[in-house]
Design a protein around this ligand. Sequence first.
Ligand code: NAG
Ligand code: NAG
Ligand code: NAG
Ligand code: NAG
Length: 215
Amino acid sequence: MMPQSLLMRLLLLAAAASAATAAGDGCSTGCNLALGSYNIEPNQNLSYISSLLGIDDYRELPYNNPWFGNLDYIQAGQRLTVSFRCQCLALPTSPFSTYLAGSFPYRVSLGETYSSIAAQFNNLTTAAWLQATNRYPSSNIPDGGIMNVTINCSCGYPGVPPEYKVFLTYPLRDGETFDSVEEKYSFPVQSEMDSSIVYIPLTCEDSCCCRYSAK
Ligand SMILES: *[C@@H]1O[C@H](CO)[C@@H](O)[C@H](O)[C@H]1NC(C)=O
Ligand SMILES: *[C@@H]1O[C@H](CO)[C@@H](O)[C@H](O)[C@H]1NC(C)=O
Ligand SMILES: *[C@@H]1O[C@H](CO)[C@@H](O)[C@H](O)[C@H]1NC(C)=O
Ligand SMILES: *[C@@H]1O[C@H](CO)[C@@H](O)[C@H](O)[C@H]1NC(C)=O
């Protein structure tokens, strides 16, 4: 048998490790508004990006992106901000493992895989995370099936001043680091350990969309 104190230490370590995996690990409730930053790649257009992210009409996008000029001439490298509801969801294989995320329904076409689907979301999610959050075995994703594309989010974390009300799920780009993002703040910033996602805290002024609630 394991000595009591060692067992205790292992349990404490496990608790600390899961606290450090951040973003809603063990949530009990979500929040109405989170933002996601979609980094536009060459040859992507707004009607395609809107269909991925559940936006009915891309002319709604300027509410979150007032700096966008002509919506018909988007450029690779621009970042598009989309809003969504940040829900407390549970893993299909383990109903007590909860996490905070937006869920975007995606109709699967013949031959698509978790990797090919994740790739379209430009680092807002990963193939491994899609696989963990969907029931389909990776070798048997049904043509025409509806996958839940899971994009992690944050509703806040300890140490953030109260005027920061909205959190932007922000995949780091090449050349950006967690430290270069965190440098802008005088409090700790949260990130995902196993992906390149950082949660950027925003005030209502800099997010411009506290008054728009997500659908
Ligand atoms: C937008 O992109 C999608 C996917 O790449 C493509 O199928 C569609 O033809 C494009 N639409 C326009 C208007 O360019
Ligand atoms: C996704 O992340 C990889 C690795 O960090 C990077 O090389 C790539 O440019 C990113 N893609 C986008 C669209 O930001
Ligand atoms: C989403 O969050 C969970 C934990 O809450 C983490 O294990 C997973 O790697 C994250 N996925 C991404 C793509 O950030
Ligand atoms: C997607 O999410 C819904 C609602 O939580 C669930 O009923 C469904 O089984 C999920 N789909 C997959 C493929 O896991």
